[in-house]
Design a binder for this molecule. Structure first.
Ligand code: NI
Ligand code: MN
Length: 225
């Protein structure tokens, strides 16, 4: 599979079978986005929660490509209420799609749609594609059960928020990597807004000091996993 980083918490997974999955596709209003909403497409869209910087352009893309929104029950219902295809899931549950497996995890955060609707619990997500396990933490504070997530699904990749203020800052994010023990950590959710300014090089250096691997992805960079 391939993994592309757009900035903030927005990623694209391309499975070997060609299916394209977007996670938290926030382009419009994202000052760091290397693409506009017209330049992406999707077969599926995974949302960790409903805050505007994660819901982003999801509904427009879903409508354009008839791509199901995969999310916790309440947020999926909200998508369905707007006429979109949705696949309702919830924390702790997994499901096998034609691109791979999706399992939602806890995240310590909040969730409300930009127009003020209840959107259920925020989540992280473990996605297994072509035999590789990827954990996108969503927005969250540090929690010890990250260790359990890594034990139940040995992780190839962990996408970790480091921007502080709304999520873990660098030092907590380093501890999160130690707990979940992925083969490779990738920082996210930083430098989009002044309040989440953070230095990914500092995160990388501190992760490597713990004997773990880290890679900083440039905005628009795609890697083969
Ligand atoms: Ni959030
Ligand atoms: Mn956020």
């Amino acid at each position: 599979m391939k993994l592309k980083y757009f900035s903030h918490s927005a990623f694209q997974i391309t499975a070997d079978n060609g299916k394209i999955v977007l996670i938290d596709p926030f382009f419009t209003g994202n000052p760091n986005s290397p693409v506009s909403v017209d330049e992406v497409k999707a077969d599926y869209i995974i949302l960790t929660h409903a805050h505007g910087d994660h819901l982003g352009d999801a509904f427009q893309i879903s409508k354009t490509y008839d791509a199901p929104i995969i999310a916790v029950n309440e947020l999926a219902d909200y998508a369905a209420s707007k006429g979109l295809k949705a696949h309702n899931m919830h924390i702790g549950g997994g499901y096998n799609f034609d691109f791979g497996r999706v399992k939602f995890t806890i995240a310590h955060h909040g969730s409300k749609t930009p127009d003020g609707e209840y959107a259920g619990e925020p989540a992280g997500v473990v996605v297994t594609v072509d035999g590789k396990n990827l954990y996108h933490c969503g927005d969250t504070g540090l929690f010890y059960d990250m260790k359990l997530i890594g034990e139940m699904t040995p992780l190839d990749l962990m996408l970790v928020p480091i921007g502080d203020n709304f999520t873990m800052g660098i030092d907590d994010a380093v501890k999160a990597v130690e707990l979940a023990n992925p083969k490779l950590a990738i920082p996210m959710h930083y430098n989009t807004f002044p309040v989440i300014k953070a230095d990914p090089a500092e995160f990388k250096q501190k992760v490597e000091a713990k004997g773990k691997q880290c890679r900083i992805l440039n905005y628009g960079e795609e890697i083969v996993v």
